[in-house]
Design a protein around this ligand. Structure first.
Ligand code: SF4
Length: 400
């Protein structure tokens, strides 16, 4: 059997941390109360981190915490006590960008140091430099191709973490200051306004160049699903999913799909077959095109949107199962999107076979028959002729 890479999932808050682990992540990364990016994510308090670490460790999983801001002099003094506290509450590793923080963590704690993608490491010499300075793992820049990864893998005994799914930057990750200059929000302190996705008019000498559609700098998303076997064979230590601001449904779905694909390949590489329906599920979960970006050397105009794009609102996610009454075969459900009699649906849960069915019987909370469930968060009952569990999710069937 091939060695499985770690599947690393984003956890913007404690609830997402638990869902990511329940749905198959081997490790999660999250923000602590200080010194991390993602200013808008609900970063975890020390108490929540402690609870999250216990939840993860009880299940043999790990928690990594971002301490990856670009540090100012005024913040140096608080780093030491902060990282010691992270170690105390059970965190396994810190994701660090600034060399000052690398040194402080190395000198004062036993925490694993993971170098953030914010350092844009793309070559073996840089990897060697960081390895000599106590870094255990490098999160490579998203701009590496497969030869870059192999060269680093072959020359430095450092763990390698690569992004496999999620949003990309139009500029080199961690180097963009468009947001800082144009909106006053610092991308390197977690405040990026994603200005690259805005629509612009492109002009030269007062003449409109952008044509019929407005111009954007926006990159398509990353998806490495189609390259997964190749990535696994490269010996990458950890596969990282982007998206601490994403919903629970997004996290559960993306983790679940990659968990299945990794396990299917590693358990039986000779008979592994690429599952196209996984790709459809991932695409509908994010509403944006996704491609392998730089991995296959193809970094031309096909990896971005330059002349407008359409983002269709996602209505795949239909509901969360809250309870199941075996005797009456009735699931108690909280609605997320319009669901009606006749819908073809899938029900999925952590490490379980995905079950398909057609909706035949719906009931309101008083158990009166209804045809449609219209309202977000509305509670209702559905007849399901097989056993389901709390936290299983319902989505539209996209396999055809
Ligand atoms: S504005 Fe766009 S390219 Fe710049 S940091 Fe934000 S997401 Fe990345």
């Amino acid at each position: 059997m091939i060695k499985k890479p770690e599947l690393l999932a984003p956890a913007g808050d404690l609830e997402k941390l638990k869902w990511a682990i329940l749905y198959g992540a081997d490790a999660v990364y999250t923000g602590g109360p200080l010194l991390g990016l993602r200013a808008n994510a609900k970063n975890l308090t020390f108490e929540e981190l402690e609870e999250g670490c216990k939840f993860a460790h009880d299940r043999g999983k790990r928690v990594h915490v971002t301490v990856n801001i670009v540090l100012h002099n005024r913040e140096i003094d608080e780093v030491e006590s902060y990282v010691k506290k992270l170690e105390q509450v059970g965190v396994d590793a810190v994701i660090v960008s600034d060399p000052a923080i690398v040194k402080i963590v190395h000198d004062t704690t036993g925490l694993e140091i993971h170098l953030s993608t914010q350092q844009s490491t793309l070559n073996r010499k840089a990897a060697e430099f960081w390895y000599k300075h106590g870094v255990k793992r490098i999160v490579l820049g998203r701009e590496v191709n497969k030869d870059d990864i192999k060269a680093i893998r072959d020359s430095v005994p450092i763990d390698i973490e690569c992004f496999i799914h999620g949003a990309m930057c139009a500029g080199i990750s961690g180097r963009c200051v468009l947001s800082n200059f144009l909106t006053g929000r610092d991308a390197n302190r977690g405040g990026c306004s994603q200005i690259c996705r805005w629509d612009f008019q492109l002009k030269e000498d007062g003449n409109e160049l952008s044509g019929e559609n407005d111009f954007t700098l926006c990159s398509k998303d990353l998806s490495m699903l189609s390259c997964l076997p190749e990535m696994i064979n490269l010996g990458i230590t950890s596969f990282k999913i982007e998206g601490r601001m994403r919903s629970i449904y997004y996290i559960a779905t993306v983790v679940d799909i990659y968990r299945r694909a990794i396990d299917e390949y590693c358990n039986n590489p000779d008979t592994y077959q690429y599952n196209k329906s996984y790709e459809n599920i991932l695409r509908n979960c994010a509403n944006r095109d996704s491609v392998p970006q730089f991995f296959n050397f193809k970094n031309d105009e096909s990896i971005g949107y330059y002349n407008g794009r359409v983002e269709v609102s996602n209505q795949d996610f239909l509901g969360v199962i809250l309870d199941y009454d075996e005797d009456n075969e009735l699931a108690f459900i909280e609605q997320r999107n319009y669901i009606k009699i006749g819908d073809e649906i899938e029900i999925f849960g952590p490490k379980k076979e995905v079950k398909k069915m057609i909706v035949k019987e719906l009931y309101d909370e008083e158990k009166s028959p209804i045809e449609v469930v219209r309202h977000p968060q509305q509670k209702f009952f559905m007849k399901i002729g097989f056993s389901v569990q709390e936290n299983d999710l319902i989505r539209i069937d996209r396999t055809k």
